[in-house]
Ligand binder design. Structure first.
Ligand SMILES: C[S@@+](CC[C@H](N)C(=O)[O-])C[C@H]1O[C@@H](n2cnc3c(N)ncnc32)[C@H](O)[C@@H]1O
Length: 269
């Protein structure tokens, strides 16, 4: 597990996560809602973070079990849930845990790992264990959706780069000025792992200044590798897309696979 030393938990910037993501990603939520039939059998979100996706699924009447390893991301989620009506609260179960090692008593109709959460697993054993847990916790006719970013051809040393500004904004609610920066200090090309760092520089209206840093390690997959990994671990691929509008996988920024459990002993490429 990566997270013994807090890699990938977004511990220091968890409270800024929704502010960071808000403009970048909204289109995946309607995409997940199109799997409503499967979601009726209960949803498990792995790496649920602040509940960005789970809360909307719950508001749409689906029961969602939300698993994440990060205390601070879950604390933000719980605070948001506190403000929701009882009908939504009743649809959410938050569990602190590791997506590489989990087991629930029930089987789920839909298991999802939105916004590339699965890429936080970089150790081969963790990856295999996670897929085995997903298979074990998926209903026989259930659906597993995995989403990772598509690496570009020849991804390499340009991932080692000096700190640069990603965005700069003022939070209108609080008047806080926030600058997000990022840099990469290494890439493991053999094992396909990048090591980005995110820094947030926060200046409050009273002039006080704070800088937080979070460290990530993310495994990347080429199209054929992800396909093979899923098939070798007992999934058959029903659909595949390159973006949340269900556009062709060949041209998209993302790799999104919609899978079912393959029947044992008939795993096929
Ligand atoms: C990029 S965020 C995605 C959050 C949410 N799925 C979304 O779409 O907004 C990745 C999340 O995965 C969580 N995570 C990282 N490693 C994990 C692990 N081994 N088990 C469970 N959650 C993990 C992090 O704490 C973080 O909340």
């Amino acid at each position: 597990m990566n997270n013994q030393n807090e890699i990938n938990t977004l511990r220091n910037s968890a409270y800024l996560y929704d502010f960071d993501i808000r403009d970048n990603l909204t289109s995946d939520i309607p995409f997940y809602l199109t799997y409503g039939d499967a979601a009726k059998g209960g949803v498990l979100e792995l790496g649920c973070g602040t509940g960005r996706v789970s809360l909307i699924l719950a508001e749409n009447g689906f029961h969602v079990t939300c698993l994440d390893i990060s205390d601070n991301m879950l604390a933000v989620f719980e605070k948001k849930l506190d403000e929701k009506p009882q009908s939504v609260k009743a649809n959410i179960e938050i569990v602190k845990g590791d997506m590489a090692d989990f087991s629930f008593r029930k089987k789920f109709g839909l298991i999802i790992t939105p916004f590339r959460a699965f890429q936080a697993l970089t150790d081969e054993n963790d990856i295999q264990n996670s897929l085995s847990c997903i298979r074990d916790n998926l209903a026989d006719n259930g659906i597993f959706i995995i989403n990772v970013f598509r690496p570009y051809d020849g991804m390499g040393e340009e991932w080692v780069y000096a700190e640069k500004v990603q965005w700069e904004r003022i939070d209108e609610k609080t008047g806080i000025h926030i600058v997000k920066k990022h840099w990469g200090d290494k890439i493991d090309i053999k094992n396909q792992i990048i090591y980005p760092h995110y820094a947030f520089e926060i200046t409050k209206p009273d002039g006080s200044f704070e800088r937080t840093v979070d460290n990530l390690a993310l495994k990347y997959y080429k199209y054929e590798q992800l396909k093979t990994l899923l098939i070798d671990n007992g999934f058959s691929i029903l659909e595949k897309y390159g973006w949340y509008d269900k556009s062709n996988i060949e041209n998209g920024r993302e790799l999104i696979f919609i899978c079912r459990k393959a029947v044992k002993n008939t795993y096929e490429r």
